[in-house]
Design a binder for this molecule. Structure first.
Ligand code: FHN
Length: 699
């Protein structure tokens, strides 16, 4: 029997109270890196997705689950076999580094529940294998995480730890898999989270040095409250100042992690696409469908052009070897990177439209120069590369690798656009310089003395959509030498539209006293920007306030919460709560303490007092769906089954008391509910003070 259920654990973890304020997440190295290696390695690697002689296609690290193997049988079979005698941490790190990967994230414990290090908190870890067993017991006494941490340090590669909250084997992890016949008697999920905190503490307490990323995963079966995510993340930040925490601890975290997909448009927050190289994260013996190096590099250019990072996965086998096919792809990537790494590392979004021939990335040097990198996946039509709206001339245009320089005589102006005409020699040089295997991926570097002026549509600042008496819309200033043309009647601005004059106080702005559709374009050198910006703003009446007492608003602050049990897919209606009699009092819009963990809906009602008349913008964040109503009007519809999602809504309120109602539902897994507001004449959102809420006597 592998597991003893009576795990007496005395765990002390860093008390958040005494520690200094957490250090902000350190994104500088991560943004510079842009490219990292994901490593899935565990007992599943020894199986290679083969169980009882039969290969199982797909995710090999899910074999226990997909083959419905009793955990004890799984561990009994694989633990004695796991002996990665060929594991060479330096070889792994060199393969990553040569391929331009500047960080490595390794699965320290995946859903199978096997810890890749000697863990005092657990009993299913590397020390139970011949590889990790103490020498005094005849083992090799090796710690893969120690060896990898040391190798990363030697090679200047950042190290991150993946840790699975989901654990199919631990006796206290609930729910059990449906085929798992182990009794749940005595199983306590809180004891599992104590174990989880103890293991994360071991990983981050300094024994492995600096750990730059805590990559959570498998958070979908419980919410942040149950996972004790707050404590774990606070502990991580206290133990590893600056550590990056991803969005898979049932919380938004520091960055988003789209998986096996590249978003059409990069999210505004930091993000990283993680992706398999074949069809499995863990080593899968018979899966030979590997992405080509060319496909990987085009993905990389696409991701970086959208401001993201790429975490490409490798699945070493049970002997610690990276399979030859993966090594071949990494070697081809390394060859391309030798010449072109400067078009990836430290690059991000470029202020240019997406071209038909490939992608633009951009980097800025410490000296202030700016380089636009054209990633050419195909020959540009007519040999012309368009730098849309670029008003400045470049210092140089180069094809790295063969040092081919494109002469200034190749430049010509087409209105507001700068065109680079590539002649036959240039195209030949490009064709030779950069193919990955046999697939074109050339780069042309266009360097400027400083960030080039680009004629783009002016931005209408702020997010106002309604106003009461009047509104001033401010616009971003045009590039030096350009002007802005604005209309307020919905017509398209033209060169004949009088340029907007900069106001000393307000800068570039438009003052409105009635509803309007505002449209803006910029022009330079007699040419209009191809894009325009549009904003509709409507004049509205203030929603009259009620005298607080008239609403029966009690002097005491607080709101009334009702909880309705059940499985929902949409936000229930207000009347659905009428039959609920047990009431809780809450002092803010949040999930009441007495709410169950899953399958319920909440109604929170009361009165909100607004000191000032004007437009209030509310932000509701919830998991799952939610709605905000004020004085019987729907202000925000954030409905539906979804993870933690924020939505905004504006409403013009007179000063005084207004009825407020928030309804939300939680299906299973992650849960969240919060409401913030931005009051008139303020620019930032703030928490709504408890004293602004009053409980209606009628409730
Ligand atoms: O279930 C895991 C899976 O095995 C793999 O680890 C991926 C990597 O991001 N994460 C989970 C699926 O989203």
């Amino acid at each position: 029997m592998i597991w003893t259920t009576a795990l007496a654990l005395t765990i002390s973890f860093v008390s958040a109270g005494a520690s200094p304020p957490p250090v902000a997440p350190d994104f500088a190295w991560w943004t510079e890196a842009r490219f990292g290696m994901f490593v899935h390695w565990g007992l599943y690697s020894e199986a290679g997705s083969v169980w009882k002689g039969k290969f199982l296609p797909g995710w090999s690290e899910w074999m226990l689950n997909r083959k419905k193997i009793p955990p004890d049988e799984y561990h009994a079979e694989l633990t004695p076999r796991f002996d990665p005698v060929d594991f060479d941490a330096d070889a792994w790190v060199r393969a990553a580094k040569d391929a331009g990967m500047k960080y490595i994230v390794i699965t320290t414990k995946h859903h199978e529940g096997f810890a890749l290090w000697p863990s005092a908190a657990g009993e299913q870890d590397i020390a139970t294998t011949h590889f990790g067993k103490p020498k005094s017991q005849g083992g090799r006494e090796r710690d893969p995480l120690r060896e990898l941490a040391d190798a990363c340090k030697r090679h200047g590669i950042k190290l991150g730890f993946y840790y699975s909250l989901l654990d199919w084997s631990h006796p206290d992890y609930l729910p059990r898999r449906e085929w798992d016949t182990r009794s749940i008697d005595g199983a306590e999920y809180p004891r599992y989270t104590t174990y989880m905190r103890a293991q994360v503490k071991e990983l981050l307490d300094g024994r492995y040095g600096e750990i730059a990323v805590l990559w959570g995963d498998g958070d979908w079966e419980h919410g942040a409250r149950e996972h004790t995510s707050d404590e774990i993340v606070a502990m991580a930040r206290a133990l590893q100042p600056g550590i990056l925490v991803n969005d898979r601890w049932s919380q938004p975290g520091d960055y988003a992690t789209p998986e096996n997909k590249i978003p059409d448009a990069g999210p505004a927050r930091p993000w990283e696409t993680c992706m398999t190289l074949n069809n499995s994260w863990g080593y899968a013996r018979d899966d030979h469908e590997f992405k080509s190096a060319a496909a990987v590099l085009r993905n990389l250019a696409d991701i970086v052009s959208k401001g993201g990072n790429y975490l490409l996965n490798i699945g070493p086998d049970g002997k610690g070897r990276i399979d030859p096919e993966s090594m071949s792809v990494l070697s081809s990537i390394a060859l391309w990177m030798k010449t072109h790494s400067t078009s990836i590392h430290g690059n991000g979004r470029a202020p240019l439209p997406v071209p038909e021939w490939g992608k633009w990335t951009m980097a800025q040097s410490d000296e202030g120069t700016a380089t636009l990198n054209a990633h050419l996946f195909s020959a540009p039509k007519g040999g012309v590369i368009q730098l849309a709206g670029v008003m400045d001339e470049p210092l140089s245009i180069r094809v790295p690798g063969n040092e081919f320089a494109v002469g200034k005589d190749s430049l010509r102006r087409d209105g507001a656009d700068l065109l680079v005409q590539l002649n036959a020699d240039a195209l030949e040089a490009i064709g030779k310089a950069s193919t990955v295997d046999t697939t074109p991926h050339a780069v042309i570097e266009v360097e400027f003395a400083s960030m080039p002026r680009v004629l783009t549509a002016p931005e209408i600042l702020g997010d106002d959509s309604i106003f009461v008496d009047g509104i001033v819309l401010r616009l971003s200033p045009p590039p030096a030498g350009a002007v802005i043309h604005v209309t307020t009647n919905g017509s398209m601005p033209t060169l004949e539209t009088p340029p907007l004059v900069r106001d000393g106080q307000r800068g570039y702005s438009v003052a409105l006293t009635r509803s309007a559709t505002v449209r803006a374009r910029a022009s330079w050198n007699g040419q209009l920007s191809s894009a325009e910006t549009t904003r509709r703003v409507d004049q509205v009446e203030l929603l009259p306030a009620s005298v607080c007492d008239a609403l029966g608003a009690s002097a005491k602050s607080g709101l009334i919460a009702k909880i309705l049990l059940g499985e929902f897919e949409v936000v229930p209606g207000s009347k659905d709560f009428d039959a609920v009699i047990d009431l809780a009092r809450v002092d803010s819009i949040r999930i009441p303490e007495n709410a169950p963990l899953d399958r319920y809906a909440v109604q929170i009602r009361g009165v909100i007092e607004t000191r000032l008349p004007g437009v209030y913008r509310f932000e509701i964040s919830s998991d799952d769906g939610s709605e905000l109503w004020i004085d019987g009007r729907l202000v925000i519809d954030n409905g539906g089954l979804h993870g933690a999602t924020s939505k905004f809504g504006d409403i013009a309120l007179a000063g005084g008391c207004h009825e407020i109602e928030v309804r939300m539902f939680e299906s299973v897994g992650g849960e969240a509910l919060s409401l913030r507001w931005r009051v008139p004449f303020e620019s930032d959102f703030t928490a709504i003070p408890a004293k602004a809420f009053r409980r209606s006597l009628g409730q």
